[in-house]
Design a protein around this ligand. Structure first.
Ligand code: 5GP
Length: 118
């Protein structure tokens, strides 16, 4: 298990319900829950149950899972009514401003976004 030596984060505790979160979707491979500090009217995270620390560490073996996370993010955005579009974000490492080292896709919407990001 290549991720077995990584320390677990708060997101593993959310997955196993040790700490509370607004989990509104779950399947065999991932969960989705509302971000505790939302940056827009709608802001949720899609995370794999496997504690992959960051996007820069994924391998070919993770292709199917990564595809599943993106398809799930898209389907949940539709279900949440984000018909005018939205932003998907994956932060990686220090320069990417990653704070929780358990891979997650931010789904952010419900307002006009700007570009480029800060
Ligand atoms: P990052 O900067 O790592 O891409 O984003 C981590 C995100 O996780 C942040 O938007 C932060 O608000 C969110 N977050 C951190 N801890 C918790 C928590 O305990 N519960 C929930 N629901 N969100 C969290």
């Amino acid at each position: 298990e290549i991720y077995g030596t990584q320390p677990l984060t708060i997101f593993s505790k959310i997955i196993d319900r040790t700490i509370p979160a607004d989990i509104f979707y779950e399947d065999k491979k991932c969960v989705a829950f509302r971000d505790v500090n939302p940056q827009a009217p709608l802001h949720f995270l899609v995370i794999p149950k496997t504690p992959i620390p960051r996007i820069s560490e994924v391998t070919e073996d993770d292709k199917e899972l990564l595809g599943h996370l993106l398809v799930t993010a898209s389907q949940l955005a539709k279900k949440e009514g984000l018909d005018e579009g939205y932003r998907l974000v994956i932060n990686d490492g220090k320069h990417g401003a990653q704070s929780v080292y358990h891979l997650h896709i931010h789904v952010i919407g419900g307002r006009q976004m700007g570009w480029p990001p800060g």
